[in-house]
Design a binder for this molecule. Structure first.
Ligand code: FES
Length: 175
């Protein structure tokens, strides 16, 4: 091997070592930038809160008294037990989206109980225990989630929202 060839070979090794170091540094920098981007995106991306947006097990239907209203905070719904069956209603007001509240002390809007109705704190829409709009600016009753039975328990699918024009008895789920 000539002297010239030996120098070239050594230079080639040096070059590939430098390239490797550069590649390694580039990789570390790339990972760092991905981490920063991930943090940025997770900060600005809305997260699912609790179990809302999925199927939620509510419980054994026998444990909910007739005329009861049960609030499931993580699922953002009210479970209403009416003579026709069960209604799982989204607590978001169909007017401008405020959170409707159940007021057990307010006068009832039906004959099932002496008191209790839904009341939106923003513009005063009032709904009965079927979610039917009684007064106020809301354009329709409270929206509903589909109910089913699984292993003897009521399950609400909070990814499936149904709008309705009026309360109809066949909207209630019989368990
Ligand atoms: S948001 Fe409920 S009445 Fe306006």
């Amino acid at each position: 091997m000539s002297v010239h060839e030996a120098t070239s070979e050594a230079g080639g090794h040096q070059l590939s070592r430098r390239a490797l170091i550069r590649l390694g540094l580039g990789g570390v920098l790339g990972l760092f930038l991905l981490e920063v981007l991930g943090t940025f995106l997770s900060f600005y991306t809305p997260r699912k809160f609790g179990v809302f947006g999925s199927k939620v097990t509510l419980g054994d239907p026998k444990t909910f008294d007739l005329a009861s209203i049960t609030t499931f905070v993580e699922a953002k719904l009210f479970l209403s037990h009416v003579p026709e069956g069960f209604l799982a209603m989204y607590w978001k007001c169909p007017h401008l989206g405020c959170t409707v509240q159940w007021h057990p002390e307010e006068p009832s809007e039906d004959n099932l109980a002496k008191s209790g109705r839904f009341h939106c704190p923003c513009h005063g829409s009032i709904y009965d225990r079927h979610g039917q709009i009684i007064s106020g600016p809301a354009p329709r009753p409270l929206d509903m989630f589909k109910l089913s039975l699984s292993g003897g328990k009521l399950v609400a699918d909070t990814s499936d929202i149904t709008q309705r024009k009026h309360w109809e008895p066949d909207q209630a789920f019989k368990a």
